[in-house]
Design a protein around this ligand. Structure first.
Ligand code: SF4
Ligand code: SF4
Ligand code: FES
Length: 258
């Protein structure tokens, strides 16, 4: 069986305006063949074929993680993984959308745990079953070093997990493939929360502002905004004052709410 090369191309058309000379190519949605323009993303091609997304579509910009897609190309035994909104169709793609993957999520109170390997292993004991196959990394559409962060989590290197997993969009493709049934994205989210709560230095300059908010200093301003009509809000937005890059000594003209 010959291996079909995986191509990456840029999406240039949508369903209304197609570039001149665009060919129609066959793709398979839930096993059924459709002819779609070769320039479309998988997401647009599915819509072109007549489907309407109710799940499995969100931001359309590669951020929300709602459109993870698994596909094979006819004649190639490999499984491929991508985001439908970011990947252009290829001839003879057999597509499956996975809008949600049922990964187990541990319950915890962030104030009652610490940033350590013990916390991670207690909440996600399966992490210790990693067999270092690297399948998770290979299935990640965000090119995240997933196995690396799983290994860092085992060692209690919470900062490294937070850094490596920062671009995770929680699509779940890694967890769908893991032979050890690890819940990578929930585990990484736990580590990012631990990192933010216990390891990253606190922003001292924010403390007085947070105290102001808690003391209700901005309630009157909010009340005024809520009661304004749409036209007044638009005017306020257009005329809003912008703090300059070099804001030393800068103050807004309207000082009523300072
Ligand atoms: S897929 Fe699972 S077992 Fe394989 S490296 Fe990733 S976490 Fe470990
Ligand atoms: S780490 Fe897993 S959940 Fe996060 S983007 Fe990669 S495959 Fe998706
Ligand atoms: S629709 Fe949000 S990542 Fe694709």
């Amino acid at each position: 069986m010959s291996e079909v090369k995986k191509e990456f191309r840029v999406a240039t058309g949508d369903r209304a305006i197609l570039p001149e000379g665009t060919r129609l190519v066959p793709i398979y949605i839930m096993g059924k063949k459709y002819m779609v323009p070769e320039t479309m993303t998988i997401q647009k091609a599915i819509e072109y074929a007549g489907y309407q997304f109710i799940r499995s579509c969100g931001c359309r910009g590669g951020i929300c993680g709602a459109c993870p897609t698994v596909y094979r190309i006819l004649g190639d035994y490999h499984l491929h993984f991508c985001l439908a909104c970011q990947t252009v169709v290829q001839e003879n793609m057999y597509l499956t959308q996975i809008p949600f993957f049922p990964a187990n999520r541990a319950a915890y109170d962030l104030e009652k745990v610490d940033a350590s390997a013990e916390t991670v292993v207690k909440l996600y004991p399966e992490v210790m079953k990693c067999v270092a196959c690297n399948t998770c990394t290979k299935s990640c559409p965000m090119d995240i070093e997933v196995m690396e962060y799983v290994n860092a989590a085992m060692r209690g290197d919470i900062a490294k997990v937070a850094r490596l997993s920062f671009d995770c969009i929680q699509c779940g493709l890694c967890s769908s493939r893991c032979p050890a049934q690890i819940q990578h994205f929930h585990l990484a989210q736990l580590c990012r929360r631990l990192y933010a709560r216990y390891l990253v230095p606190q922003a001292e300059h924010l403390k007085p502002r947070v105290a102001d908010i808690k003391a209700g200093k901005f309630e009157a301003m909010l009340k005024e905004l809520v009661n304004d009509d749409q036209e007044t809000l638009k005017k306020l937005y257009v005329e809003r004052e912008m703090e300059p890059q070099d804001s030393t000594g800068w103050e807004p003209q309207d000082k009523r709410f300072l």
